[in-house]
Ligand binder design. Structure first.
Ligand SMILES: C[S@@+](CC[C@H](N)C(=O)[O-])C[C@H]1O[C@@H](n2cnc3c(N)ncnc32)[C@H](O)[C@@H]1O
Ligand code: SF4
Ligand code: SF4
Length: 374
């Protein structure tokens, strides 16, 4: 408890000293989340916008990939996006330009990212990497891109990333690294995420070497999500280190996260999720759009953010999070990060509840010892 209080105090002090864009909102809204007060809140520093909910790939756990998506498929409209950015750029520090679907299927993505960058917004995205134009990406001036892979060979990758092309992704990453290195004013941070599953858990160490060798700035080891026990048996790794889920509950036939939130979610106090058609949902755990609180392209955003629907939703969280359908399998309750800068050297990070460090490949351990890596 004391450790947690010290961590929160450190987080607040650091923000107040550095004062990055959005710091007041993050401090204020996080304090209210910790005090279990539903609002009114300051406008959020973090916004996620969905470029499209369509995709070329067919990942079987993803609602887009397995075609169970209850929302209509469509593309974010450039004019609606620009209008939203014009009205909200002063308060938006970070734009997460992805949700369901493949961002670069939207042919206007490079222009929309650039538009947000010109309004002083930090922009990051996540992609399957199949259809990326390196020149377009450098032109967009994006800050961060994370390629997501499902294995280290076309066969292994294709077990989960169905219809995605490993060789094409590799070529696209190489082209982007090369162009970024030739473009001194590009700040783009290139990350590669490896979704650890039963079929690829033996490849984790080689993945880290591969990501380092190809010139990425960061390798992320991603714990897998599943939606039910049946999917769990199919995809969850043997090594329970990579599990978000409680093993005992799993054995009894249901899914429960290893860590449950204490009626608190700093995320939904600090961040809004906007679907391609402007509808606003609480977070990425609502892919079907079952909790919609208004339309950010049709009404002032502050009316939605502090409106009755989202306030009632936040009230449910602080009173009984266990009864909120989408929160039952939530895999993260962190405070969204505000200021980031490109790592000076190669970094490895786990996207997990588990803090056990991953075993690093020998050559990377050696470079770390010699101080050549962070
Ligand atoms: C729905 S995707 C949208 C972006 C893009 N299409 C992609 O796959 O990177 C958003 C995130 O979900 C992740 N993801 C998909 N299936 C997953 C799974 N079963 N477990 C953990 N993460 C998963 C992807 O790696 C990506 O980081
Ligand atoms: S690539 Fe992304 S959006 Fe497409 S099916 Fe896979 S996880 Fe879903
Ligand atoms: S699913 Fe998770 S992030 Fe979303 S509102 Fe619930 S606790 Fe917060």
């Amino acid at each position: 408890m004391l450790k947690r209080a010290a961590r929160i105090a450190k987080f607040g002090t650091e923000l107040a000293i550095r004062r990055p864009k959005g710091w007041k909102s993050v401090l204020y809204n996080t304090a209210l989340a910790k005090a279990k007060i539903a609002g009114p809140l300051m406008l959020p520093a973090h916004i996620s916008i969905e470029p499209t909910n369509a995709c070329n790939a067919r990942c079987p756990v993803c609602e887009t990939g397995n075609r169970s998506m209850e929302r209509k498929y469509g593309m974010l409209d450039e004019k609606a996006f620009q209008n939203f950015i014009d009205l909200n750029a002063d308060t938006t520090a970070v734009l997460m330009y992805y949700f369901m679907g493949e961002p670069f299927l939207n042919s206007k993505s490079y222009d929309m990212i650039r538009y947000a960058r010109e309004k002083d917004i930090y922009v990051e995205t996540c992609t399957n990497g199949d259809i990326l134009d390196a020149e377009g990406l450098i032109y967009s001036d994006i800050n961060q891109i994370s390629f997501q892979i499902g294995g280290l060979s076309p066969e292994s990758h294709g077990v989960y990333r169905i219809r995605s092309n490993f060789d094409k992704i590799t070529k696209n990453i190489e082209a982007l690294v090369e162009l970024r290195n030739k473009t001194p004013n590009s700040n783009v941070q290139i990350e590669i995420g490896f979704i650890v599953m039963k079929h690829n858990e033996h490849e984790v160490k080689d993945f880290i070497s591969w990501a380092n060798g190809i010139g990425a700035d960061k390798a992320n080891i991603v714990d897998p999500c599943v939606r039910d026990v049946e999917e769990g048996y199919k995809y969850l790794p043997e090594n329970k280190q990579y599990w978000f889920y409680d093993e005992e509950a799993f054995e009894k036939g249901y899914l429960k996260p290893k860590k449950l939130s204490d009626n608190e979610c700093t995320w939904v106090w600090n961040s809004a999720m906007i679907n391609w058609d402007g509808s606003v949902v609480p977070c990425c755990r609502d892919p079907h759009g079952r909790h919609q609180f208004g339309n950010a392209f049709e009404q002032p955003f502050h009316e939605i953010w502090n409106g009755q629907g989202l306030t009632e939703f936040r009230n449910q969280i602080v009173t009984s999070i266990k009864d909120v359908d989408i929160c039952k399998l939530c895999s993260g309750f962190g405070i969204p990060q505000l200021e980031r800068s490109r790592p000076l050297n190669f970094e490895v990070q786990r996207m997990s509840f588990d803090t056990t460090p991953v075993e690093l490949p020998d050559e990377i351990e050696e470079d770390l010892r010699r101080g050549q890596l962070q």
